[in-house]
Ligand binder design. Structure first.
Ligand SMILES: NC(=O)c1ccc[n+]([C@@H]2O[C@H](COP(=O)([O-])OP(=O)(O)OC[C@H]3O[C@@H](n4cnc5c(N)ncnc54)[C@H](OP(=O)(O)O)[C@@H]3O)[C@@H](O)[C@H]2O)c1
Length: 288
């Protein structure tokens, strides 16, 4: 049931893989861990409240990864939200090993990707993962083998859709020779548009584009940042403008802003209801 409190719904819907609808403004869970995306967050109870508040406000698309913590973010999602609402889609990832804070090393060997899919099913308490993303392509393993294993997991019903992360147009097309790809997740925000070609390519093919660092890790949300003056004029927060710009940029855009605080999750989700005029969109595009 959609109530007036479900603000996120105003961002509209996108169908992942053509058959799995999600509300476009989602939530990213990487901030719910310790420094360097390692270990527990400073305030685990607040992390639980953040996740519950996001869902209360209409978010039904949550991005996570086995590598966040590792395991910490997935377990918090389960603690906060299990048993899950029927419409909740959890997108997790595999393909990065962790050896310490800030340390990320790709491993894409098929048996490892399979193990991590099984671990994510267990840690999240799911029978099927809605969207399973290859966190990074492992340059040491043929891409067809990495995607081939994900396709097997899909055929076995363990994952519903396959996504990629940090890829080029060429890599996306190469992966599509092995399996259908429902989404790509690359760094993209007002201040970093280096993945513009991938975005346009994805839009033309109905593939979701999930921009990570949508707030440029908070740089676009900070007081005194580049969006301050425009935000004041608009009666919105800088973070809301940055997210409204992303939502307006493409109908396949699914922003997943991350935060460890309830106040910020409320601020971010209110961006769903913010519509920009053509002039405002152009002004923002030119501002940063
Ligand atoms: N595929 C990949 O390789 C990859 C890489 C990185 C991230 N991701 C995904 O993308 C998601 C989003 O990225 P992110 O969380 O790192 O960066 P982000 O969304 O760009 O920014 C998060 C930062 O902004 C701050 N912030 C959030 N809302 C704010 C607000 N309303 N006002 C002021 N500050 C605010 C947060 O601090 P507070 O906690 O204090 O609010 C945090 O420091 C992640 O959670 C993760 O799911 C994927």
């Amino acid at each position: 049931m959609t109530t007036h409190t479900q603000q996120a719904k105003a961002s509209g819907t996108f169908s992942l893989g053509g058959d799995l609808p999600v509300t476009r403004l989602g939530f990213g869970s990487m901030q719910l861990t310790g420094p360097g995306v390692w270990g527990d967050p400073a305030d685990p109870e607040e992390a639980v409240r953040v996740l519950r508040r996001a869902v209360e406000l209409g978010v039904d698309f949550i991005d996570t990864a086995d590598a966040y913590g590792p395991i910490v973010a997935e377990q918090l999602i389960k603690k906060a939200l299990h048993p899950y609402a029927d419409d909740l889609v959890i997108a997790t990832k595999a393909g990065f090993t962790r050896s310490g804070p800030g340390d990320w090393r790709p491993v894409g060997r098929p048996e490892y990707l399979r193990q991590q899919a099984e671990m994510s099913l267990r840690h999240l308490g799911l029978e099927q993962i809605g969207l399973f993303q290859l966190h990074r392509i492992d340059p040491k393993v043929p891409l067809a083998e990495q995607i081939g294993e994900l396709k097997l997991l899909q055929q076995e019903g363990k994952i519903r859709h396959i996504g990629l992360s940090e890829v080029t147009v060429e890599e996306l097309e190469q992966a599509r020779e092995t399996a259908e790809i429902a989404s790509v997740q690359n760094r993209y925000n007002l201040a970093d548009r280096s993945s513009e070609a991938l975005l346009d390519h994805s839009e033309a093919r109905g593939i979701a584009f999930i921009p990570w660092f949508p707030l440029a890790t908070g740089e676009l949300a900070k007081p005194g940042g580049p969006l301050d003056a425009l935000a004041e004029r608009h009666g919105a927060s800088p973070s809301q403008l940055a997210l409204a710009w992303l939502l307006r940029r493409s109908p396949v855009m699914l922003p997943i802003p991350g935060t460890s605080s309830v106040a910020h999750v409320e601020d971010n989700i209110a961006a769903a209801g913010l519509s920009l005029t053509d002039e405002e969109f152009d002004e923002l595009t030119a501002a940063v």
